[in-house]
Design a protein around this ligand. Structure first.
Ligand SMILES: [Zn+2]
Ligand SMILES: [Zn+2]
Length: 354
């Protein structure tokens, strides 16, 4: 009986402890325990993965930062596109209402004809290439089983990656011949739309330079007028005059700033195209050159076909008339090749006899 009494107490104590433990379980400590177990699992998965290297660890540690930046860039994409359209439209309104009437009033006929022809050619090039760059998909590798040669496997899409293909975190998929993700286009720049992107940058930079140079005297007049206007006690100018002066100053400052910034970017991309590199390959080729130099070897970019040939491949020039129809005029032709396989330098045969 004594034994029974003692064992019963023991049993009750055990049950009480269990009830207490059960009561404690569904609180914050349980969530913390789960979080702790998850973090341990993450750390272990990093340690036991045979493919782990410093890049994988770096990517995993900074994954939340990349995720946040990608989300913000994706969300701001449309805002940037609207900004480009609104700013360009505002400059166009000023050009048509102030700059063009002034040119027609004061310049000789030949100069008026030149401004009309050049200005409108430049405008068509900007609008066409911007529209095509934003609307054309950059090109994606196939996600079904295929026999296309590949160089690695994308860790995020879990599909084979052909040469020059890279994963874009913002688009969340692999891009053929990826150059970069452009927030101003809200699109990736890749195999199928890189020419549109470059031609847009070039024509926009030229357009801004054109407005900045053409409107220089008007800007100086407007600036001096506003300066003297603030100093004199009774302003001799009407509200309309003041708005015109401010619009000219706004146009000149905006176009000059964009001309310098975008001009620099365009020159940089022109250098990369001359070398047969994308922006991403610039970094990888630089690393590879340094790595091989330490071993006393010289790295050769396999996609560099020579300066002139690189430009011909880039613009899709296959005969002489293409320099006019495909380079100087808007053209919707697709680039040579499928973006999945690439000719390696040197060519076995001259594919571009121009
Ligand atoms: Zn991918
Ligand atoms: Zn992208």
């Amino acid at each position: 009986m004594r034994w029974c009494h003692g064992s019963l107490l023991h049993l009750l104590c055990c049950l009480r402890l269990r009830v207490c433990a059960r009561r404690r379980r569904p609180g914050p400590p349980a969530r913390l325990r789960d979080l702790w177990a998850y973090m341990r699992l993450v750390v272990r998965s990093l340690q036991y993965n045979s493919l782990t290297n410093s890049d994988v660890v770096f990517d995993s540690v900074f994954e939340p930062v990349f995720w946040t930046v990608d989300r913000i860039t994706r969300w701001f994409g449309m805002v940037f596109v609207c900004l480009v359209v609104i700013l360009t439209s505002s400059i166009l309104v000023i050009c048509y209402t102030i700059l063009l009437p002034m040119v027609i009033r004061t310049y000789p006929t030949a100069w008026v004809a030149w401004h009309l022809v050049y200005g409108h050619w430049n405008l068509v090039m900007i609008v066409f290439h911007y529209y095509k760059a934003t609307k054309t998909a950059p090109g994606y590798p196939p996600i079904v089983k295929n026999d296309i040669p590949f160089v690695s496997v994308c860790k995020k899409c879990i599909i084979p990656k052909p040469a020059r293909t890279h994963h874009c975190g913002i688009c969340n998929r692999c891009i053929l011949k990826m150059d970069h993700h452009c927030p101003w286009l809200n699109n990736c720049v890749g195999h199928l739309n890189q020419r549109y992107f470059f031609c847009f940058c070039l024509s926009m930079a030229l357009g801004c330079m054109y407005c900045s140079i053409s409107g220089r005297n008007l800007f100086l007049d407007a600036y001096n007028t506003l300066e003297t206007n603030y100093q004199t006690p009774s302003p001799p100018y009407t509200f309309r005059d003041r708005m015109v002066h401010k619009s000219i100053i706004y146009m000149w400052v905006l176009t000059s700033t964009v001309a310098v910034a975008l001009g620099g970017l365009t020159i940089w991309h022109a250098v990369l195209i001359s070398r047969g590199e994308t922006s991403i390959e610039r970094h990888t080729n630089f690393k590879e050159t340094k790595r091989l130099a330490k071993r006393g070897k010289v790295y050769k970019n396999p996609f560099n076909y020579g300066k002139i040939n690189n430009w011909k491949v880039f613009f899709g020039v296959q005969k002489k008339s293409h320099w006019l129809t495909r380079v100087l005029l808007p053209s919707g032709h697709t680039p040579p090749g499928d973006g999945l396989t690439w000719d390696i330098f040197p060519f076995k045969r001259d594919t571009i006899p121009v």
